[in-house]
Design a protein around this ligand. Structure first.
Ligand SMILES: Nc1ncnc2c1ncn2[C@@H]1O[C@H](COP(=O)(O)OP(=O)(O)O)[C@@H](O)[C@H]1O
Ligand SMILES: [Mg+2]
Length: 240
């Protein structure tokens, strides 16, 4: 299958600190890639570098054959790269529907095209349809995280989804709802990089994964290999 993303020897330093010390990997179209690692390993820094919020000191990021290493986030967004941050960045005073509408109109969609996309995300997250008139600030943490994800998924140009701990702190019911949405994206051929700390997600979605340790990839393989590896499971998930 087609290779869509090629990361080569990516280095990021903040002040005197090297946060990423030469990260390389390739993703094929429709592949799900999990990033695992302890706190401070550099997972969020890697996603922020892929979306364009952090400039690397060296190395390259090539997406669909284009070198985007130094392209700003809005150019990457136009190419179909979307990011779901681990902190919530919603318009608290806007309704659920207006939050979705605002990002689609900002992307240049007509109102009627935007409404079509909103119906599509409502089909993935029926709860959001029910809650569409509520202000984002009135939603529970799990509902806000659904809305965060919905905003990224609503984009008709979505090709590469970068999600930072998308189910962190959510109750099992929300975890399964978000997992269902991810499964649908897989069926639609969306490529995903998911920073994840829960084995259940990898069991359900499967794909490839990499363990990041102090800014380097120390393991790369299939999720099956990872889940079978007792040492890794014990070290990174506290499970034997
Ligand atoms: N803006 C910053 N200034 C200084 N150090 C930072 C900054 N952002 C991240 N770091 C450091 O970079 C390392 C990696 O952080 P991060 O990418 O958030 O790790 P992870 O997401 O894997 O927990 C940590 O040691 C963190 O303290
Ligand atoms: Mg992080």
């Amino acid at each position: 299958m087609l290779v869509v993303l090629v990361i080569s020897d990516l280095k990021v330093h903040i002040g005197p600190l090297y946060i990423l010390q030469g990260v390389s990997f390739k993703l094929r179209k429709g592949e799900t890639f999990f990033l695992i690692g302890r706190n401070g390993a550099g997972k969020s820094t890697l996603l922020k570098t892929l979306v364009g919020f952090i400039k690397p000191s060296s190395g390259s990021i090539v997406f669909e054959g284009k070198d985007i290493t130094y392209q700003p986030p809005y150019v990457r967004a136009r190419l179909g790269i979307r990011y779901v941050p681990d902190n919530k960045r919603l318009f608290a005073s806007l309704s659920v529907e207006d939050n979705l509408l605002a990002s689609l109109l900002a992307e240049g969609l007509s109102r009627s095209k935007a409404m079509d996309r909103i119906e599509y995300v409502y089909s993935l997250f029926p709860d959001l349809k029910r809650l569409r008139k509520l202000k984002a600030s009135q939603l529970s943490g799990g509902q806000q995280q659904m809305l965060n994800l919905a905003r990224a998924i609503a984009s008709p140009s979505l090709k590469l989804l970068l999600a930072d701990e998308p189910v962190e702190g959510l109750s099992p019911i929300f975890v399964s709802k978000i997992l269902e949405a991810f499964s649908k994206l897989v069926e639609e051929g969306v490529t995903m990089v998911i920073v994840e700390t829960m084995p259940v997600i990898m069991k359900k979605l499967s794909g490839r994964c990499a363990i990041l340790n102090a800014g380097r990839i120390v393991f790369e393989g299939s999720t099956e290999d990872l889940l079978k590896n007792e040492i890794i499971m014990k070290t990174y998930f506290g499970l034997a």
